[in-house]
Design a protein around this ligand. Structure first.
Ligand SMILES: [Mn+2]
Length: 261
C-alpha cells in the first residue's frame, strides 16, 4: 500500500483527507484478513507529498506508482483526495498503453479545471490530455453530475452505471457487462471514491450524495473485479476522518482496501 496523505487537490473542501491513509492502514491491520478469511499483507510505504505544492506532489505520486508497477507490484494508493488518481492512472498508462479505468464515484469528476487536475476534474484531464481513451472509462455509482459534466460524458461516449441501473438490472448483470468490456484491455486501474457509497454508511466525505450504493454492492463488485487478470492498480480516496462519522467511513474504506490486497 502506498500512503498518499494529500488533500490539496480538493480546492479547500477536502482538508483532513490527509489523515485518512494512516487511519485506513490501522483499520486494515486491526482486522488483518479479507472477508473470506485470507490474510492480507499490510506492507506500507509513504509517498512524500507536499500539501503546499500540487505539481511536486503529483510527480512524486506518479514516480511511486511507476516504480511499484515496474517492480511487478499491484499498487494500492490510499488517499487523500481524488486528484491522486491522475498521477496513478498516468503511471499505469505509461506502463501499459491502452489501459482502462473503472471509477466508483457519486460524481463524474469531469469539471473543467483549467489548471492542475483537481478532485473535481481529474477524469476530464485524463481524457483531454489523451492519457486514457474515453471508450476505456467506466463510471459506477454516478448520481450527482453538473450539467457540463453530463454533456462531457455523453459527447465523449464514456459509459456509466448509475445506482438506478444497478437497482433495475441487478448487481451481477451490471458486473457482467462491465467485466466483458474490461477483459480485453491490456491493464485496468480501479479507483474507489468512498462517496460512491450511500452517506448513511460513508458520511465523512467532502461531497456526500444521497441514494448511493450499498457497501455490500461495492464489496461484491470489487470481489468479482479482483479476479480480472489485467487488474494492475487501485486507489481508495476521499474518506475524511475529521468529519462527523469519520470512524465508520474509515472502517468501510479499510474493508474495501482489504478486498483489494
Ligand atoms: Mn471523486
Amino acid at each position: 500500500m502506498l500512503q498518499v496523505p494529500f488533500s490539496a487537490g480538493g480546492l479547500g473542501k477536502t482538508n483532513g483527507c490527509e489523515d485518512a491513509p494512516a487511519a485506513i492502514v490501522a483499520a486494515v491491520k486491526a482486522v488483518g484478513a479479507r472477508e473470506d478469511g485470507r490474510p492480507v499483507h499490510a506492507e506500507t510505504r509513504l509517498v512524500p507529498v507536499d500539501n503546499s505544492d500540487i505539481e511536486v506532489s503529483q510527480s512524486r505520486i506518479l514516480k511511486a506508482a511507476a516504480r511499484a508497477l515496474a517492480d511487478g507490484e499491484t499498487p494500492v494508493l490510499l488517499g487523500g483526495d481524488h486528484s491522486i488518481s491522475f498521477p496513478a492512472v498516468s503511471a499505469l498508462s505509461s506502463a501499459a498503453p491502452g489501459c482502462g479505468i473503472v471509477v466508483f464515484d457519486a460524481h463524474p469528476d469531469c469539471m473543467d479545471d483549467f489548471a492542475t487536475p483537481s478532485h473535481e476534474g481529474f477524469l476530464r484531464q485524463l481524457v483531454d490530455q489523451g492519457i486514457v481513451a474515453p471508450s476505456r472509462i467506466f463510471l459506477v455509482g454516478i448520481r450527482a453530475s453538473h450539467p457540463s459534466e453530463t454533456a462531457f460524458i455523453k459527447e465523449k461516449g464514456i459509459r456509466f452505471f448509475p445506482p438506478a441501473r444497478i437497482a433495475a438490472e441487478g448487481i451481477d448483470a451490471v458486473c457482467d457487462a462491465l467485466m466483458e468490456s474490461l477483459t480485453a484491455l491490456p491493464a485496468v486501474h480501479v479507483s474507489v471514491d468512498i462517496d460512491c457509497v450511500d452517506p448513511a454508511f460513508a458520511p465523512a466525505t467532502g461531497h456526500p450524495a444521497p441514494a448511493g450504493m450499498l457497501p455490500r454492492e461495492l464489496l461484491h463488485m470489487l470481489s468479482r473485479l479482483r479476479h480480472l487478470k489485467n487488474l494492475r492498480s487501485f486507489d481508495v480516496v476521499e474518506a475524511n476522518p475529521r468529519l462527523s462519522g469519520g470512524e465508520r467511513t474509515v472502517a468501510l474504506a479499510a474493508a474495501v482496501v482489504r478486498e483489494l490486497l
